[in-house]
Design a protein around this ligand. Structure first.
Ligand SMILES: *Cc1c(COP(=O)(O)O)cnc(C)c1O
Length: 357
């Protein structure tokens, strides 16, 4: 018995279709498709009618090109290997004035998307003036033979509800879009919305947008807690097994360095074959695991084991579920364990058995 990371492909596809909601989605497949596996994710998204992809790494963009020869592929980070970008027909962000002036001739024939910085301050043009400077310079400069095909931004606050920042960044962005379109500029692709923004707008695109650039919802987690669980389905199960159940008495310390002290006699502790070495976060282990449909408290976390306090109903070889659609990643996101993507990224795909059903 070994701990397992498994995905129900049918549910994954059903969820992708539901997230898509007949809108144009640019599926974010960075970090090996949130560790679901690039090949599995791209194939399933194609099946769901999604033909536009984006990632942060050129290596992944090239892999997506092989999996989806006709797809539109957008690289969210600027890179310097211009030949690979061009030869694989990958569209790329234009992240700053500095980058533009330095590399405009190398960008020949590459399709770029102008990036607006906004409140996240990670990348992009600072304001409309900088964007217009590029547009004007590009129009009048024979040495600049890139193609400006897109306009985009990334919201930093779409999952925050008690502060005004989302409204502020949304308005600043819509002003950029409206001003440029009013001045006659045209873009084949306009995109901004991550999962949170897409759902905040009622699974609709913002005005004049061509795509929502969605990640985590496609992978089965809600971007914020106000959404009903039925809106987004988790296809992933992460589980271990009970190796044995041991009985300890009041005052017994269990685990390394007094990790858990039994508070009563005849405490049943299940020893389970999954631990932080498999990617279970320490904070996740302050909560519960699901055994035979019932939740039991995790008492100690070790590298390849954990203790779960159980009752007479739990026996050796029972499955111990850390995550499935009844005990979801997003539940623990909202309980403060870590971002959805952080919990997903922690999983150790070298030690867990990976299964697609
Ligand atoms: C990761 C990422 C997304 C997707 O965000 P989700 O919250 O997972 O939907 C969109 N845009 C950019 C720039 C990203 O880095």
């Amino acid at each position: 018995m070994t701990a397992v990371w498994s995905v129900d492909s049918k549910i994954f596809l059903r969820n992708a279709t539901k997230v898509k909601n007949n809108q144009s989605i640019m599926a974010v497949v960075k970090n090996n498709a949130y560790h679901y596996g690039l090949e599995f994710a791209v194939r399933t998204f194609l099946e769901a009618g999604i033909h536009t992809f984006s990632t942060t790494s050129l290596k992944e963009a090239v892999r997506v090109r092989k999996l989806a020869p006709h797809a539109t592929i957008f690289l969210m980070n600027a890179v310097y290997d211009f030949d690979t970008v061009r030869n694989n027909n990958i569209q790329m962000t234009l992240p700053s004035l500095e980058y533009y002036y330095q590399y405009k001739s190398e960008l020949k024939d590459i399709n770029v998307h102008l990036e607006f910085e906004n409140l996240l301050h990670r990348s992009g043009f600072k304001n409309l003036d900088e964007i217009k400077e590029v547009l004007h310079h590009h129009e009048n400069d024979n040495g600049s033979e890139m193609n400006i095909v897109g306009l985009w931004t990334h919201f930093g606050y779409a999952d925050e509800f008690d502060v005004p920042e989302y409204g502020i960044e949304r308005e600043a962005w819509l002003n950029v879009v409206n001003t440029l379109l009013n001045e006659g500029y045209q873009f084949e692709l306009i995109h901004a919305q991550n999962s949170a923004s897409y759902y905040r707008e009622g699974q609709q695109l913002l005005p004049y947008h061509t795509h929502a650039r969605v990640g985590i919802a496609l992978y089965g987690s809600r971007p914020y807690s106000k959404l009903d669980e039925h809106e987004i389905e988790q296809a992933l199960t992460v589980k271990g097994n009970v190796i044995q159940v041991r009985e300890v008495n009041k005052g017994d310390y269990c685990g390394y360095s007094f990790a858990f002290e039994a508070t009563h006699d005849h405490t049943h502790l299940a020893v389970v074959d999954i631990g932080y070495g498999d990617g279970i976060l320490k904070k996740r282990a302050t909560h519960e695991a699901l055994i035979n449909g019932k939740r039991y408290p995790i008492r100690a976390l070790m590298m390849s084991h954990m203790f779960v306090e159980v009752d007479d109903d739990v026996h050796a070889q029972d499955e111990v579920i850390l995550y499935n659609n009844d005990i979801r990643i997003d539940e623990y996101t909202f309980k403060g364990v870590g971002a959805n993507s952080e919990q997903l990224s922690a999983m150790n795909h070298d030690s867990l058995i990976k299964e697609f059903r």
